[in-house]
Design a protein around this ligand. Structure first.
Ligand SMILES: Nc1nc2c(ncn2[C@@H]2O[C@H](COP(=O)(O)OP(=O)(O)OP(=O)(O)O)[C@@H](O)[C@H]2O)c(=O)[nH]1
Ligand SMILES: [Mg+2]
Length: 357
């Protein structure tokens, strides 16, 4: 599809009829504006790492999917480096910093697809297909920061349309679900963990995550109110990256949630996570609450690190495939990370795409 036609489609919300048995290339080319999810986070907030973790978890889900079901993860990397990011994590390193976009191309396109597989007259057919598009998923933080700045300046439809003529913005504005990537060390008020400030290389950005997310959300809400063709927000997920770094703040967190805190505890309740968000991202939490979305979901994300004996620096701890008693297939080139939360996130994406939320 030509870039101008794609842009026109994004702005107008126009969708051409889709062939039933679409090929992979066609699937990636045709956005379905009802099922678009956008992942947003400021510079260095952990977007690439989280997306790579999600894709590693998706690979494992594919391996575990029974023969009568289909689960596919279709990634069109464009200029992004996600396959490299996955391998880097599996090799024990964090991915490199994402490069800034040089063109209006938005990368990457990611599609998750679920279906049931049946055989009719000897031919395999799929039924009950659910498809989710995850767009603009791994932009460099700088590009997203420009977006925050532009969104916060929208005051009327003319300005909204001017901003939306850019591909990145138009994709985000055609989205009805957001995954906010928040770095845990940038949450305010969790002493004794020192607050890491947001990088402010882009003018207009605050050193505080709460201020940046609130501005971005306000811009998106204002745009959606002004532009009726933009689908309303149906679902929001918060992902707290580098959750493992909160271990020293356990006492403060326990005061807020009323429960004992261990970053690797995957049974932490949504209520606890909502309380923490209310305490540490108060303006963003209030803006999300006022939207009245029934299911706002929170996902902690952590990676286990160990000290490198040579450099003393933290490095990602790998799972050994060949330890005695280990099932190597189940541990193939893996790392210790919040896999269960990644699977829950994939399920959240499925439920959203199926219109269940
Ligand atoms: N301890 C810990 N650190 C993390 C985790 N996730 C990310 N980080 C740290 O955060 C840094 C930035 O992560 P990236 O995934 O590159 O962040 P990004 O949002 O893609 O950054 P840009 O693309 O540059 O905007 C990493 O190099 C790690 O140092 C985590 O789960 N645990
Ligand atoms: Mg990145």
């Amino acid at each position: 599809m030509s870039p101008w036609l794609q842009t026109l489609k994004d702005i107008s919300g126009y969708e051409s009829p889709q062939p039933k048995q679409a090929q992979v290339g066609a699937i990636l080319d045709v956005p379905n504006s009802n099922n678009n999810i956008t992942m947003i986070g400021t510079q260095g907030s952990g977007k690439s790492t989280y997306l790579a973790m999600l894709l590693i978890a998706a690979d494992r889900l594919v391996a575990k999917t029974p023969a009568d079901k289909v689960f596919q993860c279709l990634l069109e990397e464009k200029s992004s480096n996600l396959e490299h990011c996955k391998s880097a994590l599996r090799d024990g390193h964090y991915p490199p910093k994402t490069k800034k976009l040089v063109s209006s191309d938005v990368n990457p396109a990611l599609k998750l697809r679920w279906a049931n597989l049946t055989t009719v007259f000897g031919r395999p057919i799929t039924t009950g297909e659910v498809v989710a598009n995850i767009a603009a998923a791994d932009l460099a933080g700088e590009d997203l920061c420009q977006l925050i700045e532009q969104c916060s300046n929208i005051r009327n439809l003319g300005e909204a349309e001017k901003v939306a003529s850019q591909k990145i913005v138009s994709i985000i504005m055609n989205t009805s679900a957001f995954i906010f990537i928040v770095k845990s060390t940038r949450l305010q008020g969790l002493s004794p963990t020192p607050i890491e400030q947001e990088p402010t290389s882009v003018e207009g950005l605050s050193v505080y995550s709460d201020a940046n997310f609130k501005r971005m959300l306000d811009g998106i809400i204002r745009y959606k109110r002004l532009n009726r063709r933009s689908p309303p927000i149906r679902s929001i997920a918060f992902v707290f990256t580098a959750w493992d770094m909160l271990a020293p703040s356990a006492a403060g967190i326990e005061t807020v949630t009323g429960q004992s805190f261990n970053p690797e505890d995957e049974t932490i309740s949504q209520e606890c996570l909502s309380k923490l968000t209310m305490a540490c991202l108060p303006s963003t939490w209030a803006a999300v609450k006022s939207l009245g979305i029934p299911n706002v979901v929170y996902f902690p994300s952590w990676i286990k690190t160990e000290k490198d004996p040579d450099t003393g620096e933290p490095r990602i701890k790998k799972v050994s495939m060949f330890e005695p008693g280990r099932d190597w297939v189940d541990n193939v080139n893996s790392i210790h990370y919040s896999e269960n939360f990644c699977w829950k996130q994939i399920n959240w994406i499925k439920e959203y795409a199926a219109g269940a939320k």
